[in-house]
Design a protein around this ligand. Sequence first.
Ligand code: GDP
Length: 331
Amino acid sequence: MFKFFRRPASDPGAETSAGVSQAATSDAVPTASITGSLGKTRGGLFGAVRNLFRTAGTLDAAFWDELEERLIAADVGAHVTADLITELRARDARRAFASGEDAETALRELLEAILARAGDTGLYLPEEGVGVVLVIGVNGTGKTTTVAKLTRYLQLGGRAPFLIAGDTFRAAAIDQLKVWGDRTGATVFAQSPGSDTAAVVFDGIGAAISRGADTIIIDTAGRLHTKTNLMAELEKVRRVIGRRQAGAPHETLLVLDAVTGQNGLIQAKTFMGSVGVTGLVLTKLDSSAKGGVVFAIAEELRLPIKLVGTGERIDDLQPFDPSEFVRALFS
Ligand code: GDP
């Protein structure tokens, strides 16, 4: 397996870790910086957290209460906030923070630690043979757009994705994927609306292998109103993938919409219960003032956010870098 990690062109500091082969990073993609994409979050509720530290006088009980309120308002989540405040107050009691800035540094460390505990944010694909990425999530979260952006992202790293239109319930979803296929030059395997998804996936993987594709990305349906059927269907799709290609799917990415904030957590738990999710894609970070939800997601689900959607364009997908994210929130 190799870790596919492609930094946005705006950030030249590409990293290479030992034992991890890195995809090409040379082609310049006009990707927005995470700081720019976080404008709504930084200017809004998280900005209030940042400002509290900058204007803090004594770090008394009123200060900690205010910080607690602001973290909850920023969508960091009640549990996570309570734990953060307890830890910060304990540290302050052991060795008093000299200033609001010191307390801010401690909070930043704790926030980064939450993201680190959630796991490795890299995208893992096999070195040999075909890699399979299954993309799941509720309709409207940005699944199909993510499949398209991921196609572009992998293409720029030298891979040749082959797309399977597994959302057979909506003719529009199939058409949408075909349009993205035309724009990216990726082949799209689709059958008529209403076909059995597992059968489409089975045939699609066969077609991809015979064409020598190195990566398959599968779009799926996400109708929440028939939750039980949906989960059963996704389980079946997973089984079929595994039978067709040993070890696959290599990544099962659950797409969550940052605008929905905490509500997305309940959705995510439903998916995690039945389908082996390997990581999250958090979309619409650019439209959300609730970027603080990243911490609630990481702590409550203990799943890494691997990619973030930062707009509606094909290039608006970035690898999630926890340190950079926390730095951007406080910058
Ligand atoms: P699906 O039903 O889950 O497949 O969702 P779609 O891919 O059709 O996306 C739903 C809507 O969200 C579309 O209007 C997309 O353009 C939009 N969208 C998807 N990702 C992002 C993102 O990262 N930022 C913004 N602003 N919009 C997005």
